[in-house]
Design a protein around this ligand. Structure first.
Ligand SMILES: Nc1ncnc2c1ncn2[C@@H]1O[C@H](COP(=O)(O)OP(=O)(O)O)[C@@H](O)[C@H]1O
Ligand SMILES: [Mg+2]
Length: 164
């Protein structure tokens, strides 16, 4: 079976079928995350808010400019209540601090400005972007694995514009 077929099939499973078949990795307020294999995870929306976060995350991934895309863990499949993402090593499994240092999380000299631009352009929740739990290591680089949470203003505007 090719990967596209596999992603499609997984996204059509119910929440309980996913929970039975795959290993639970972790959860936030709105989504449960399961490992599909060594390469991919599936994020399952728990409540209505979970699909909102999936929609935002996919919007950010599909609308980020090339200079910002490199900070994002790639999304390979999307349905509002499912996201299939590349599997990363959660930074929280290696670092116990609650927050990362936005100035040193990436080696590029423009990364601090880029990450602020990403946060502002997409109205993401700044506190989430500096949370250790939102970062992982993918392809030997630190990338955001959770970029679906918006600021109070973002919540209002995305809902207004997109009706999410
Ligand atoms: N791409 C990923 N690779 C590996 N683990 C992940 C990935 N995305 C999320 N996780 C794990 O699942 C947890 C919850 O995911 P997250 O996206 O933060 O959910 P929420 O948006 O509900 O907070 C993370 O803290 C992390 O441990
Ligand atoms: Mg989270």
């Amino acid at each position: 079976m090719d990967e596209k077929m596999m992603f499609k099939n997984i996204c059509n499973l119910s929440n309980s079928e996913i929970a039975q078949r795959y290993t639970f990795l972790g959860e936030g307020l709105c989504r449960e995350v399961y490992s599909i294999n060594d390469d991919y995870v599936v994020k399952v929306a728990k409540l209505d808010d979970g699909s909102y976060q999936n929609r935002v995350e996919n919007h950010v991934y599909t609308h980020a400019t090339k200079d910002l895309l490199k900070y994002l863990c790639p999304i390979v499949w999307f349905k509002p209540n499912r996201i299939i993402m590349r599997r990363a090593i959660p930074l929280s499994s290696l670092i116990k601090d609650k927050y990362i240092d936005l100035k040193t999380i990436r080696p590029e000299k423009e990364s601090y400005a880029d990450l602020n631009k990403l946060t502002n352009n997409f109205m993401l929740l700044a506190d989430d972007i500096i949370s250790t739990s939102s970062w992982g290591i993918y392809n030997n680089e630190n990338v955001l694995i959770d970029y679906g949470c918006t600021s109070y203003l973002g919540d209002t505007l995305y809902t207004l514009f997109y009706n999410w």
